[in-house]
Design a binder for this molecule. Sequence first.
Ligand code: HEM
Length: 130
Amino acid sequence: MPVETSYTLLKSLHVICALATLLLFIWRCRAVFSGRALSRRWLRHVPDSVDTLLLGSGVALLFVIGLSPLAGGWISVKLVAVFIYIVLGMVTLHFGRTMAIRRKAGAGALFVFAYILLLAHFKEVLPLAG
Ligand code: HEM
């Protein structure tokens, strides 16, 4: 398969998974904050598969475009931001001891997610700085 085709397919998969992971996170937050358990079994397992595809397609993209995660700049900052997003997401959905802590962690996770999207799109550490 030509490199351009693999790049386009991987990037499309990556962007679709990024959108899906955001929607699933918001959906799961709604369940947590309304005190409802996640009744549908798929809602507990699908997010893990989507996240795995998101990370996997991200790593594959790095190979295809020949970029090192340790190159510094936007890609290294993006990976640190992804780690922070995962930790905040776990506090929101699983480990926050009070609802107030979970709400703050959830707001923080959404904020970091928005920053990741800006980083990915503009490829600048301070995307809106001009
Ligand atoms: C919450 C997690 C992530 C989100 C929301 C996300 C989002 C995105 C988006 C929206 C794009 C397309 C940007 C554009 O062209 O406008 C993108 C591109 C990219 N992402 Fe991610 N990403 C995430 C995680 C990762 C991870 C973990 C890696 C690497 C291990 C990665 C590596 C890349 C690379 C290499 C590109 C392609 C850059 C290019 O050539 O345009 N991403 N990401």
